[in-house]
Design a protein around this ligand. Structure first.
Ligand code: FES
Length: 283
């Protein structure tokens, strides 16, 4: 049994945005059933060119479903340019971490989004660069894909690369080549200057924290709830505990409130303080 975070399990049990969109503006598929995971992601833009609707279909394990679900929540309301800045690390962080051997699920989500954006921009449905040299033929992983996961996630071993993109996890014939790519990238890295002494973190005053929470609610959270006819009221902030109440359509829907509470907590942790706990009025 994998040691999944509560957020992973919650998204696995209640995945958001599952399904298909008729006439999407962009759609992309990555992975293959032969490899055990496949993900199709599609989106539609609104008049302001923001992602107004995003859906996914996936065949895979709990972390593949949770990664896809998290990704759809993360890109909803974003422009294409903002959405393409989401990395696999961001997906894993949103989920409260993934087991090392499951990091490839977050990579698959990011790649499906890239494929969908490529489809939106060019109309092409195949994203693979044919010039790109395939290093791992068991899983069809190219040199550029390996270089990217190594660089973006600071990987240093072949086993880590396997965890992130599956390359090297089949017959093993490509493992020497993967090691060479890692060695080349590491030797090309400029020598790191000695780390500067960490600056002491400036602690926010209560007033600053309350203002920041209100800002994040107005900017990141309320617009999402309003799309579904709902709203949120901040009732109290004591230390790291934020008490909220749902209003409008959100107020009557208890199961949805559960997932929205999760979303709100993730946003406040991302933008204000990783220790924040969100509770609903009466909890
Ligand atoms: S070629 Fe990479 S594991 Fe077989």
């Amino acid at each position: 049994m994998w040691n999944y975070s509560e957020t992973v399990m919650e998204h696995f049990r209640n995945p958001r945005n599952v399904g298909k969109i008729e006439n999407p503006d962009g759609a992309g598929t990555v992975g293959s059933l032969a490899c055990g995971d496949a993900l199709t992601l599609m989106f539609k833009l609104d008049a302001d060119k923001r992602i107004a609707e995003v859906k996914f279909q996936t065949f895979g394990c709990a972390s593949a479903i949770a990664s896809s679900s998290a990704l759809t929540e993360m890109v909803l309301g974003k422009t294409i340019e903002e959405a393409e800045r989401v990395t696999n690390k961001d997906i894993a962080t949103f989920l409260g971490g993934l087991p090392d051997q499951k990091m490839h699920c977050s990579v698959m989500g990011r790649e499906a989004l890239e494929a969908a954006i490529h489809n939106y921009r060019t109309g092409e449905t195949i994203f693979k660069n044919l010039e790109d040299h395939i290093v791992c033929t068991c899983f069809g992983v190219s040199e550029n894909e390996i270089r990217r996961v190594v660089t973006e996630n600071s990987l240093s071993t072949v086993d880590e690369v396997t965890n992130f993109c599956k390359a090297g996890g089949g017959c093993g014939m490509c493992r020497d080549d993967i090691q060479k790519i890692i060695d080349t990238l590491r030797s090309a890295q400029p020598a790191q200057p000695p780390a500067a002494a960490p600056k002491p973190q400036k602690k926010m005053s209560n007033l600053q924290k309350m203002k920041l929470i209100e800002e994040v609610v107005d900017r990141e959270i309320r617009p999402q709830l309003k799309k579904d006819g709902g709203d949120i009221e901040l009732l109290d902030i004591v230390g790291d505990r934020v008490t909220i109440a749902f209003r409008g359509m959100c107020a009557g829907c208890h199961s949805a409130a559960f997932t929205r509470q999760d979303f709100i907590e993730a946003k406040l942790r991302e933008f204000v303080d990783p220790l924040i706990v969100v509770v609903e009025e009466g909890d």
